[in-house]
Design a protein around this ligand. Sequence first.
Ligand code: NAD
Ligand code: TYD
Length: 357
Amino acid sequence: MNFERTLIITGGAGFIGSHVVRLFVNKYPSYKIINLDKLTYAGNLANLRDVEDRPNYRFVRMDICDFEGVLELMREERVDGIIHLAAESHVDRSIKDPFTFAQTNVMGTLSLLQAAKCYWESLPEKYEGKRFYHISTDEVYGALEMDGTLFTEQTKYQPHSPYSASKAGSDHFVRAFHDTYGMPTVVTNCSNNYGPYQFPEKLIPLFINNIRHRKPLPVYGRGENVRDWLYVEDHARAIDTIFHRGQVAETYNIGGFNEWKNIDIVKLLIKVTDRLLGRPEGADLDLITYVTDRAGHDLRYAIDSRKLQKELGWEPSLQFEEGIEKTVRWYLDNQAWLDNVTSGDYQKYYEQMYSNR
Ligand code: NAD
Ligand code: TYD
């Protein structure tokens, strides 16, 4: 079958990546979508069961650090676009194991860039019609005070955690490949995402699961830290818009102007989860447990996404309360998914599904 375009989406078995793969496979049947993922603890092919048999979808288990493997795949499939989401993504893990973050996030991104450069520069048309889209985070900008200021695309990078430092390093490499070799790159920095299929080590799915099982909710510090939350499908739609219409070499911030203190989110999660489980309102407030703060815990993140809204017309679609209700409902309805990922059983799915293909 001849496809109009062939794209690699890295990290497509993870939280945000699976929403991006699903959107692209469904919306663009004329594109071939290759999900390139190493399947770390955070990658789960069960996130994509509904699209795995589509003719325009292919899964390849590969490490982004495997330069030769990626180059060969790009040649074999004549890849003309990369949407790069694969990363180690959890701040607490980065504090314990910074090497893995530097390896995957910095070296892995460099390896992908170099493979794309080698392949695209070998073609007669070179970079014409090509695109390398790198997904980054607002955390590279550092931390804001509680003073109403926002991160803009001009805010200087000041990462504090090993995670955000590694993402900053990867962002710099992507921009350097544009400036040095003329690669058509684009970078986006998005705020915290929430929604279905998020690994339950992150605040929202972890706490929903704990409320359900009446386990303590470990709130770091006093719960005063602020994050700016965006529903994951709104991020996936922004990625679609920017992949197709964003300007080469530009940066776009993505966020929903939706700042919440952690403790207020925790109370909202308790309220919604208790209601959906038929428990008396506030029954689980006593699960809140203040614990030692995260080392170097950034006080506040808040994104100014007016450039994306003005230039490309993207808007978030959901109010937070609506998004949280949908999200809590999803996790309560998908306890088997949660049990699988927390027990590690989901890793076996890959072996069963792909060993005899
Ligand atoms: P995730 O941890 O849920 O998924 C990461 C995916 O990458 C997994 O499928 C994993 O198997 C894969 N992966 C990890 N190392 C790999 C490697 N070496 N080679 C190939 N695949 C590998 O992450 P997420 O939350 O979906 O985040 C996706 C991207 O979006 C990341 O780049 C992250 O920095 C960025 N981001 C995340 C958020 C958020 O709130 N989650 C916000 C802004 C930006
Ligand atoms: P997290 O979901 O890990 O995202 P990030 O650190 O990338 O923003 O955490 C969101 C916020 O919730 C952050 O301020 C840390 C806090 N937090 C807790 O208080 N307790 C927890 O158990 C976790 C995982 C996070």
